[in-house]
Design a protein around this ligand. Structure first.
Ligand code: IPD
Ligand code: CA
Ligand code: CA
Ligand code: CA
Length: 263
C-alpha cells in the first residue's frame, strides 16, 4: 500500500471515529441498556455509534469489509489483499453507563491480519489518536512517542479484565505477580484508551489475556508506530485473532513483564 492510500485510510478512520463519538455524546444522558451476559452490557449508543462508523467507511470504501463488536462480529473469510475494518464502536461500555469519563471509539483498517491504519477517538476530550503503517502515530497534529522508561520497577502498568472474572483467572494471578514489581497498576475499563495512552507515553506497559480483536486492533498499530513493543503474553508474535496482548514502551520493560507473566 502506498503512503497516500494509507493516509486516506487513516483520514477515513478519523472521520468515522468522530461520527461514532458524536452519537455517544448525543445519547449519553438518554441511552437504554440491555445485558449480553453477567456484567456485560450493550446500549443503543453502542449500536448507533457502530452504524455511524460503518456508514462513514462504506461511503468512502464500498468494497471494503466490516467487522464490528455489535451484531455479527465474526471474522470475515477473506484473502490477504482485502481490507477489513475492525471496529469497537464504544470501548468502555461499563464506564459509559456510570458516566466514568473514559471510553473511546476504536477503528482499524486491517490487511493480511495486520492493522495498517487506525484511529482511537476519545469523544469527551475530542482527541484523535491515529496512525498509518510505516508513517508514524499522532495525537491530532502532535507526533506520538512511547515513554523512555527502561525498568519495570519504574513503570506504570495497566491491564484489562474480561467482563466475567473468575477467582483463578490468569489475569488476576498476573496482577498479583506484577503489582510488587512495578510502580503501580491501573485498570481503566477501556482497553483502547489504555493502548492510546501507552502510545502517548502516559502508561509504560499493558497486558490482557482475554480481549477481542476490536479492543486492540487500532491500539497495537499506534504503539508500534510510536516506538513500542507488542507480543502475545508469553512473548510470541502478536496475533490479532488470538487477541491477547502484552505491550510495552521499551524492549527491557516488555521482557521484564513477559518473563513474569503466568506460563
Ligand atoms: C471492554 C473494555 C474493558 C475490558 C473488557 C472489554 P467493551 O470492552 O475494553 O476495558 O476489560 O475486556 O470487553 O465491552 O466496553 O467494548
Ligand atoms: Ca462490549
Ligand atoms: Ca471493547
Ligand atoms: Ca464495545
Amino acid at each position: 500500500m502506498d503512503a497516500n492510500f494509507l493516509h486516506r485510510l487513516a483520514e477515513v478512520a478519523k472521520q468515522a471515529g468522530r461520527a461514532g463519538g458524536q452519537r455517544l455524546i448525543e445519547l449519553r444522558d438518554s441511552f437504554e441498556v440491555s445485558e449480553k451476559g453477567r456484567h456485560d452490557f450493550v446500549t443503543n449508543a453502542d449500536i448507533a455509534s457502530q452504524q455511524a462508523v460503518f456508514e462513514c467507511i462504506q461511503s468512502a470504501f464500498p468494497d471494503h469489509l466490516l467487522m464490528g463488536e455489535e451484531g455479527d462480529n465474526h471474522r470475515p473469510p477473506v484473502d490477504d489483499d482485502a481490507v477489513v475494518w475492525v471496529v469497537d464502536p464504544l470501548d468502555g461500555t461499563t464506564n459509559y453507563l456510570h458516566q466514568f469519563p473514559c471510553f473511546a471509539v476504536s477503528i482499524a483498517a486491517v490487511q493480511a491480519s495486520r492493522p495498517v491504519a487506525a484511529c482511537i477517538y476519545d469523544p469527551l476530550r475530542e482527541h484523535h489518536y491515529w496512525a498509518a503503517a510505516g508513517q508514524g502515530a499522532w495525537l491530532d497534529e502532535e507526533p506520538l512517542r512511547v515513554s523512555s522508561t527502561g525498568q519495570l520497577g519504574d513503570a506504570l502498568l495497566s491491564m484489562s479484565l474480561p467482563p466475567q472474572v473468575q477467582p483463578d483467572s490468569p489475569d488476576l494471578l498476573d496482577f498479583l505477580t506484577l503489582v510488587p514489581q512495578c510502580r503501580a497498576i491501573r485498570r481503566t475499563g477501556s482497553a483502547a484508551m489504555n493502548l492510546a495512552w501507552l502510545a502517548a507515553g502516559k502508561i509504560d506497559g499493558y497486558w490482557a489475556r482475554q480481549i477481542r480483536p476490536w479492543d486492540v486492533a487500532a491500539g497495537v498499530l499506534l504503539i508500534q508506530e510510536a516506538g513500542g513493543v507488542v507480543s502475545s503474553p508469553l512473548g510470541e508474535p502478536f496475533d490479532l485473532w488470538q487477541a491477547n496482548l502484552t505491550a510495552a514502551c521499551s524492549p527491557a520493560v516488555h521482557q521484564q513483564m513477559v518473563s513474569r507473566l503466568t506460563r
